[in-house]
Design a protein around this ligand. Structure first.
Ligand code: GDG
Length: 794
């Protein structure tokens, strides 16, 4: 058996069919008739570029003495996108004018010569050079030692290193810069996988008019697992992905996990798979990746594959073959699989000498100690099993630890009586699909982990739990003894599924869904985005302030003038803030108003001594400098008792939620409740309140983790408008950090409005934090009194 594959001379990894062409052109190896699907060309795709972005380009650069050579890479993503491009005439059948692919060439930046770059560019491939340090910290570090284990749920293998994260941020920026430098408004950008989760948000900031789709090829774990990432990293990753118009996963479970994480860590709710991020709607859906069904289904007819099949059959002498192929990885469950095979042979000794397990493990991430140790352990186990059970003319496990040429892989798919695919966790798993598609003879049995994404489609596989050793052993027995009729029944049902949902359909569905999502967002994207308030924009603002005759500053309190504290009572103004407000209010013809959601008592007790306007309860009550409180307009709150009663019932029903009552409003807060339960109950509460309230008197508002009822027409925008009408300023500055402040930004569109912190906004400017805003206010306070400006007009 040692010579099972001995006849072939194996080229090295990234096995190939020679120099690749431009993405989308057909290659010799895959010269099957391309099956062009019925494409629903979308007008948004017409004449624009498709830019594919992935960590690796779909080629491997091989450096030789006499120069460089490019070889087509084999791997899930590269093969999938190539099949799509082949079937769509390089994207032209969809309307794209050109397809470019941005990624790392696989060689360190130092080795990426001008010759390599130009060879790549000739083929539409745009290299992003990575230095040795970046490869170590970004690729081997954050990608493979943090995100890979964490997203697969291997929490104990996950490393949390600040320097890995910093490199991840830097390299994502590099990729985004490379895309932004070649994409134009309206172009389509398809970002792939966990290496590049920050790219969509960076593009949204720097090139907002691009259509962006993001697809994750590996699992997205439950929120409790994702929570292990330090808060700034996990928020940046979620916000990063949400920069896209469409976010895709393989299966519904990952979609749910992602939406829960978004709700829990960012506080964004989702309805029907749409997350509202400021003005944008981000669609989140599942798009199970398929394979090039026709290619695999026709493979056994190809002469070179046929020859391999004949050769293998001859050498196997009627032995039944159980087969698996994986990259060396702890997620693949290789040791569990070996032990299950051993158990099967122990429980069914009659199969010794009649069946063999061909275990192909393709080297991967060589040099990483964890992987090296696992390789040694697999080798020890194979050696032990073969030593204990093997015979002179039979080995229980044929172990191959190298990359195998495609025709050999295709032959193995065709001769294997059983495919034993038992990953502990796998985003999808293409091998299981390729095995099924390859069986033109309608024979063979697939044993598949319920923990692989593919289990959601390949329902006629013998489903196993990879940790259930005896369950897997039983499945092997069942598979080896299954009659031909049942094999064919199961195979043909699975083949029908794979034929219908092939890789081209996957890519076309994804691109078309991105087009729809982008069309929806286009209007809001074209609104002018907020600009950072620094440098020139800040100088301009200070100038306008100086030249104006009458100034009004409308300032939110929590999160804007003060940081957010865990408990509301902690946000007591510091002496520096009070001094600043005092100085500003003392400038000639300058009015300061603090506009807050807090109640009158709090604001009165901490700010009442300043000569400023104060608006409490979102503007329901306004106090003039040195004067008393007056309502924004006459309103009644007779509805409060009934509303409070309903809300108290909800508070009793939902542990962790509570009711807050102010003079003009009642609110039900659910920030301490599980997001799904909180959101679902909030919907019910809104429905219940909607049915009992007179809309002309009371308004139900759905805020961040709160449902509030206020007098109709009361909001910070109305308060801002009233003050502007009363004071007639020719310069208005508005600053705020949350949803309720957006009402002010929209109510006074000519104002210099400033959003404090991240997130979509109707404001003109943004600053990073309350500290940055205070710095701006300090600059205003230090300006020469406008009366003394020499060149004051008039
Ligand atoms: C990610 C996710 C998801 C492997 N060894 C050889 C070889 N291969 C080919 C197989 C198959 C591909 O590589 C591996 O498929 P996977 O599904 O494991 O994909 P990955 O790229 O490893 O990983 C995975 C996938 O993305 C797609 O979204 O399914 O869950 O982890 O096509 O045939 N091909 C040849 N020789 C080998 O030795 N010729």
């Amino acid at each position: 058996m040692r010579r099972l594959f001995g006849r072939c001379a194996y080229p090295r990894a990234a096995e190939t069919s020679g120099a690749p062409r431009r993405p989308g052109t057909r290659t010799a190896a895959s010269a099957q008739p391309a099956r062009v699907p019925k494409l629903l060309s979308h007008h948004l795709l017409r004449g624009v570029k498709l830019v594919i972005v992935s960590n690796r380009l779909p080629v491997a650069v091989v450096l030789r003495e006499g120069g460089a050579e490019l070889r087509e890479a084999v791997g899930g993503l590269a093969t999938a996108v190539r099949s799509f491009l082949r079937a769509t005439e390089g994207g032209r059948a969809l309307g794209f004018s050109e397809v470019l692919w941005v990624g790392w060439s696989g060689v360190r930046a130092e080795a990426e010569t001008a010759e390599v770059r130009s060879m790549l560019r000739d083929r539409g491939l745009v290299p992003v050079p990575l230095s040795g340090d970046e490869v170590n910290l970004f690729y081997e570090g954050f990608c493979n030692s943090t995100l890979w284990p964490l997203l697969h749920g291997f929490t104990v293998y996950t490393q949390f290193e600040r320097k890995f994260w910093d490199a991840y941020v830097g390299v994502n920026q590099k990729f985004a810069d490379a895309v932004a430098s070649l994409a134009e408004p309206g172009d389509f950008v398809w970002v792939h996988d966990y290496h590049l989760m920050l790219v969509p948000a960076i593009l949204r900031d720097t090139a907002p008019e691009l259509a962006v789709g993001f697809f994750l090829h590996i699992p997205f774990p439950p929120a409790e697992v994702f929570q292990l990432l330090p808060p700034p990293w996990r928020s940046a990753i979620l916000e990063g992905v949400l920069g896209a118009d469409l976010v895709g996963f393989h299966i519904h479970e990952y979609v749910n996990n992602f939406l829960r994480a978004v709700a829990r860590f960012l506080g964004y709710g989702a309805e029907g798979g749409v997350v509202h991020v400021g003005r944008r709607k981000v669609r989140v859906g599942f798009f199970p990746i398929g394979i090039d069904f026709d290619f695999f289904h026709a493979a056994a007819e190809r002469p070179e594959v046929k020859a391999e099949i004949d050769e293998l059959r001859q050498r196997l002498r009627g032995l039944k073959v159980v087969f698996s192929i994986d990259r060396l990885d702890y997620t693949k469950g290789l040791l569990n699989r070996l032990r299950a095979w051993e158990r099967f042979l122990g429980e069914h000794p009659e199969w010794r000498g009649r069946a063999t397990f061909v275990l192909v493990v393709v080297p991967s991430r060589t040099g990483v100690p964890q992987y090296e140790a696992m390789k040694r352990e697999i080798e020890r186990e194979v050696g032990r099993i073969n030593g204990e059970l093997g015979e002179v003319d039979w080995v229980p496990v044929v172990y191959i630890s190298r990359f195998i040429p495609t025709e050999v892989l295709l032959a193995l798919y065709n001769v294997a009586d059983v495919a034993l695919i038992t990953p502990l966790k796998d985003g999808m798993n293409l091998v299981s699909k390729e095995y099924v598609a390859s069986r033109r003879d309608c024979r063979g049995v697939l044993i598949l982990s319920e923990t692989a994404g593919a289990a959601h489609e390949l329902l006629d596989a013998l489903m196993v739990n990879p940790n259930d050793e005896s369950g897997v052993a039983d499945a092997v027995y069942k598979a080896l003894t299954m009659d031909d009729e049942e094999q064919c029944r199961r195979m043909s049902r699975m083949q029908a599924e794979l034929r219908q949902h092939d890789v081209v359909k996957w890519a076309v569905d994804f691109i078309q869904a991105t087009a729809v999502a982008y069309a929806d967002n286009k209007a809001s994207i074209s609104a002018e985005p907020a600009r950072r308030l620094d440098g020139e924009t800040l100088r301009d603002l200070l100038n306008r302030f100086t030249r104006s005759r009458r100034r009004l500053l409308l300032l939110d309190y929590d999160g804007t003038l003060m940081p957010h504290y865990p408990y509301a009572y902690q946000a007591v103004p510091d002496p520096e803030l009070k001094q600043l407000l005092h100085t500003l209010a003392s400038l000639p013809d300058t009015y300061v108003a603090v506009v807050s959601g807090r109640d009158r008592d709090f604001l009165e007790s901490w700010l009442g001594d300043l000569r400023i306007f104060i608006a409490a309860e979102h503007g329901a009550y306004i106090k003039d400098p040195g004067g008393g409180w007056a309502p924004l307009f006459p309103f009644d709150v007779q509805w409060k008792d009934a509303v409070r009663k309903v809300m108290e019932e909800f508070a009793a029903l939902v542990p962790g939620s509570y009711v807050e009552e102010k003079t003009s409003s009642v609110a039900w807060h659910f920030r301490n409740v599980e997001p799904e339960i909180g959101e679902a109950m909030a919907n019910k509460l809104v429905d219940a309140l909607g049915g009992m309230l007179d809309k002309s008197r009371a308004a139900v508002l759905r805020g961040k983790k709160v449902v509030e009822v206020r007098p109709a027409g009361v909001n910070k925008g109305a308060a801002a408008r009233l003050l502007v009408e009363r004071l007639s300023p020719d310069f208005v500055l508005i600053a705020g950090d949350d949803e309720t402040d957006e009402d002010m930004f929209k109510a006074i569109p000519d104002a210099a409005s400033v959003k404090v912190g991240r997130g979509e906004t109707a404001a003109r400017y943004t600053v990073a934090s309350y500290k940055a805003l205070r710095e701006v206010l300090r600059l205003l306070a230090a300006l020469k009194p406008p009366d003394a400006v020499d060149d004051k007009p008039g």
